[in-house]
Design a protein around this ligand. Structure first.
Ligand code: SF4
Length: 330
């Protein structure tokens, strides 16, 4: 039930059976409105390190709500679709997305440390991965031929799902492209599976000539446990610029107290609260939606409570738009 998977020099431990998780947390399937069908739609997976921060006996725990498969996911809601950002239309080659000028996004793996139930790529057609590495290499060749690209964004899935050997290879290829200046990595690993920030990985970062920006994804201050703090500190020592993006989620962080606490905790650990995203309307996630009115109200309260540098921008992504759009104001 808890598979141990060896990657590089690390042992990762995950829970993949929702019932075993409930047993451990002293909760029943009825209390959680558990749906095995929802697991068929989108696999259940959570690292032990994340589970350690969930409060046992609390069916409304904000960390648990993010990952637990529930009956509401099966409800069909108008406006909720499989590809809410029309990403398959932005592909100019499988695994390479160019939505914004100067930047290219490489999808390097379908794997994640954790499966978040609201994920906008929960239905993404990653396809057959047999030739994924060949495809990545071809995409890097494309980037090499386009000198207008100065930043590569590694995404997925979660790029840190790749082994250190693969990442080292990837970094070497990208380092050799002279027009690239920055490498951005979107990852939830430093927080949900902090041991992934291994010395080997830190060495890969240290060797790169590129400026490294890591965009973390933390929705609630309680996700940052003591192991996560240690990993974040190591990344800071490596001169990695740390930003955070959160998703505004009903029942998880849709109030000013929780978001204030989150910003306070992020800043304490040298992470800039960058974006607060509206939910992408992906099929199966409607129960997480916060209305625009409520979102604006919460954000205005947050604006009054926090200094400007601690206030994340309230934005949404709209398919076909050149950049993220502010939900209100400019
Ligand atoms: S870690 Fe990111 S990509 Fe993976 S399931 Fe969660 S939101 Fe989606």
């Amino acid at each position: 039930m808890i598979p141990r998977k060896q990657t590089g020099n690390q042992t990762k431990t995950y829970i993949t059976d929702p019932l075993k998780l409930l047993k451990r947390l002293n909760l029943t399937p009825q209390q959680m409105f558990f749906s095995p069908e929802a697991v068929q739609e989108f696999r259940f997976k959570v690292p032990e390190a994340y589970v350690d921060n969930i409060q046992p006996g609390n069916p409304n725990d904000p960390l648990l709500l993010q990952i637990f498969p529930v009956q509401q996911e099966l409800k069909s809601v108008p406006g909720y679709v499989k590809d809410p950002l029309a990403e398959t239309d932005s592909l100019f080659q499988p695994g390479l997305l160019q939505k914004y000028d100067g930047r290219a996004l490489l999808l390097v793996t379908p794997g994640c440390a954790i499966n978040c139930r609201y994920c906008f790529r929960r239905h993404y057609p990653y396809g057959d991965n047999t030739h994924l590495w060949d495809q990545i290499k071809q995409n890097i060749q494309k980037i090499k031929l386009d000198s207008s690209i100065n930043e590569v964004i590694l995404s997925g899935g979660d790029p840190l799902s790749l082994s250190d050997i693969r990442l080292a290879e990837l970094f070497t290829m990208l380092d050799s492209i002279s027009h690239l200046k920055r490498l951005r990595i979107h990852s939830r690993f430093p927080v949900v599976e902090p041991k992934r920030i291994s010395n080997k990985f830190l060495n890969i970062l240290a060797k790169s000539r590129l400026q490294i920006i890591m965009v973390l994804h933390i929705n609630h201050a309680r996700e940052i446990g003591s192991d996560s703090q240690a990993s974040i500190e190591k990344l800071c020592h490596q001169q990695v610029i740390l930003l955070n993006q959160s998703v505004l989620l009903k029942g998880v962080n849709d109030n000013v107290e929780t978001l204030t606490q989150l910003s306070e905790t992020l800043i304490k650990h040298h992470i800039i609260p960058y974006y607060l995203h509206m939910l992408d309307r992906v099929q199966g996630s409607a129960h997480f939606e916060v209305s625009d009115n409520n979102a604006v109200k919460i954000h205005q309260q947050l604006r009054a409570a926090l200094p400007g540098y601690m206030l994340p921008r309230l934005v949404r992504e709209v398919a076909g738009e050149k950049s993220k759009l502010p939900v209100y104001g400019k």
